[in-house]
Ligand binder design. Structure first.
Ligand SMILES: [Zn+2]
Length: 372
């Protein structure tokens, strides 16, 4: 009998959910605060580009920051706003951190730094918020510097064509001393009319080593916990910091136990496993991710990749044993089967049928290696 994962428990902890800004008022979202360019991790090219443009007085009037969530897009926008308004910037243009403007940025009370996001629970930015922004931009920035407006995510404008069109006028004819920063995962979900009016800057996923280092220092995680979390973060520090490492290890162990049972078990057991897992989409998504990560590590270990690259640092002896009883063809096939199941679920195919087939494929391939 397979032990069920506690239903619905997400590997992301629920602590401190981001509360969306509801209007264009200067009240900051909780993640606001002073950010320096020198604190932005892993985005050296973007930061140098912005600093150089700022020092040369050649900033675009609207930027589109593109990249996955949690890689520093909003932090960079805050650093840019702080630097532009700082009374005593350093020689490289970065904010000082102590002048009245920097203190207001740190307190989240700077009147010229605004963040516009959908209302909580909504996916679209309301037209009234864009109208309010347009009225506000008729007046110069209150502090005499730059008014920086962040719109995140820019995807929230796509479904509301009226709000997007209202913003186009501001993007086309920006008032002096105004800068708009739109953030988005990619261009595909944005209106071409918005994209064409912005200067695009691509933010890269962060390297795993950097995420591991930050998790060790900020969360005091062990190396093995940090490696597992980083491997599932998709290069997003924000995502990595939101993952619950203990829950992750518990779910990983459950997944390995499930894989072992599937490989050894009767077909009825496989179908029972599929039925159980389809009851909760979060469990299902976590299973697919964690199982793929396991086969990835088995393959890396088999091909003698450096141990530092492996996500399961706490299971290194098990992974090195795997080289002895290796079945790389089966691992490749299982990895592919898991990826295919993910794509089928994303395409809204029947989850139970998808899982039945996945379970039978995993069972058929099997593996001579004992996971536990
Ligand atoms: Zn300053």
């Amino acid at each position: 009998m397979l032990k069920p994962i506690a239903a619905g428990k997400n590997i992301y902890n629920m602590a401190a959910p981001k509360k969306d800004q509801t209007t264009a008022s200067p009240t900051p979202p909780p993640e606001s605060g002073l950010k320096f360019f020198r604190e932005i991790l892993g985005q050296d090219w973007v930061v140098s580009h912005l600093k150089a443009a700022m020092l040369a007085g050649r900033l675009a009037h609207a930027y589109l920051f593109l990249g996955p969530g949690g890689v520093g897009k909003a932090s960079t926008a805050r650093a840019l706003a702080a630097a532009l308004n700082c009374a005593q910037p350093g020689a490289d243009g970065d904010a000082c951190g102590t002048c009245p403007s920097c203190r207001r940025m740190a307190a989240g009370t700077h009147p010229d730094f605004l963040v516009i996001s959908p209302l909580e629970g909504k996916t679209q930015i309301h037209i009234d918020v864009i109208r309010e922004l347009r009225r506000l931009t008729e007046y110069p920035p209150l502090g005499g510097g730059w008014r920086v407006v962040v719109i995140k995510p820019a995807e929230a404008l796509t479904a509301n064509i009226v709000a997007a069109n209202a913003l186009l006028k501001t993007l086309e004819e920006p008032p002096p001393q105004h800068l708009l920063v739109l953030t988005a995962r990619g261009e595909v979900d944005l209106l071409p009319t918005i994209v064409s009016r912005c200067h695009k800057l691509a933010f890269a996923p962060l390297p795993s080593a950097l995420i591991i280092r930050e998790l060790e220092s900020r969360r005091s995680l062990s190396r093995s916990q940090a490696a597992l979390v980083a491997a599932l973060s998709g290069g997003s520090l924000g995502r990595a910091l939101a993952l619950d490492p203990e829950e992750l290890v518990r779910q990983r162990d459950q997944v390995l136990s499930d894989l072992d049972h599937i490989n050894r078990g009767a077909t009825s057991l496989v179908l029972e496993w599929a039925q159980r897992l389809t009851k909760n989409r979060t469990d299902l998504d976590n299973f697919l991710l964690l199982a793929q990560l396991w086969y990835r590590d088995l393959l890396l270990a088999h091909f003698q990749a450096p141990a530092g690259l492996l996500a399961h640092q706490d299971l290194l002896p098990l992974l090195s044993q795997a080289r002895a009883g290796s079945a790389p063809a089966a691992w490749f096939a299982n990895f592919a089967a898991l990826g295919e199941a993910q794509r089928h679920l994303q395409a809204n195919l029947n989850p139970e049928l998808t899982l039945d087939i996945l379970g039978l494929r995993l069972q058929r391939q099997g593996t001579p290696h004992d996971y536990r």
